[in-house]
Design a protein around this ligand. Structure first.
Ligand SMILES: Nc1ncnc2c1ncn2[C@@H]1O[C@H](COP(=O)(O)OP(=O)(O)O)[C@@H](O)[C@H]1O
Ligand SMILES: [Mg+2]
Length: 251
């Protein structure tokens, strides 16, 4: 792919003073939060190995091993990003917009999630991906946004359920959707979910207890890429979380 990397303004999260411990804490929390999903993938394969169940002859196991390797990469990228923010001394998330096809990013994110999906007995499927058009996005921020959607979907979907990733195309934009077969949003106002510490699922217990930073990150990331995030119930049941991105080279 042609390297058309355009450095955009970093995502300013609204700092009033030079030294603002709360803002630093927020930026670092956003990064550390996103280490959870790659760690889950690595944890799953290590458990298989430690339990003596890993079988290289099984295609599914080989796929999980490759998923753990992608996860490792993702975790490294997040750590480098944290260090880059610290080194730059600038309080913001770095945003590097480029033109990309959504397909490979989606494939990568799904591979990463295979460990967590297998652990929860959930199938992740891809349907109708518009891959002929390029969108304007930061690949790293887009991956982390989709990771958050998928990881949430896995948490809110019962075993034997499914998570479907698909795209829709509008005149000037492409929207990537993550639909699950869970309980849906119920009476939660979708916009509240994208607020910092917005709506945290009180039903979730133990390891599923959240802090409410993931979707806030998704909103910041989408805004930084000139896009938007949306959440809704699907008419067939379950929730759909979406990110709308501008087509590259659109009028
Ligand atoms: N797929 C989903 N189905 C239903 N509710 C969801 C889904 N994804 C997120 N939510 C709701 O949004 C809240 C906030 O999610 P998120 O910002 O990702 O929190 P966290 O930082 O804990 O990951 C969750 O606690 C839950 O109430
Ligand atoms: Mg989350």
């Amino acid at each position: 792919m042609e390297a058309i990397t355009e450095k955009k303004n970093d995502l300013d999260i609204g700092i009033s003073t030079n030294y603002d411990a709360d803002k630093w804490l927020e930026i670092f929390s956003l990064f550390v939060h996103d280490l959870e999903s790659p760690l889950a993938s690595m944890k799953y394969i290590l458990k298989l190995i430690n339990d003596g169940k890993y079988d290289n002859e099984k295609q599914m196991h080989r796929q999980l091993a490759s998923s753990a390797q992608i996860a490792m990469h993702r975790a490294e990228t997040i750590i480098y990003d944290i260090l880059a923010v610290a080194r730059s001394g600038k309080m913001g998330l770095p945003v590097n917009i480029t033109k990309l096809k959504p397909g490979p990013v989606i494939e990568n994110v799904i591979n990463l999630a295979q460990g967590a999906a297998a652990e929860n007995g959930i199938e992740i499927r891809v349907r109708d991906i518009h891959n002929e058009e390029m969108v304007l996005a930061d690949p790293d921020l887009l991956q982390r946004t989709l990771d958050n959607f998928i990881y949430n979907a896995l948490r809110h979907t019962p075993s034997n359920g499914e998570v479907i990733v698909f795209t829709s195309m509008e005149k000037k934009s492409i929207t990537i959707h993550v639909k699950d077969s869970g309980s849906g949003l119920g009476d939660i106002e979708p916009n509240v979910l994208f607020e910092k510490f917005g709506q945290v699922d009180l039903r979730a217990k133990g390891k599923h207890r959240g802090v409410g930073l993931g979707l806030y990150f998704c909103k910041l990331a989408a805004t930084g890429m000139g896009g938007t995030v949306l959440a809704d119930d699907h008419p067939d049941g379950g929730a759909v979380f979406s990110i709308k991105l501008q087509k590259a080279g659109g009028e």
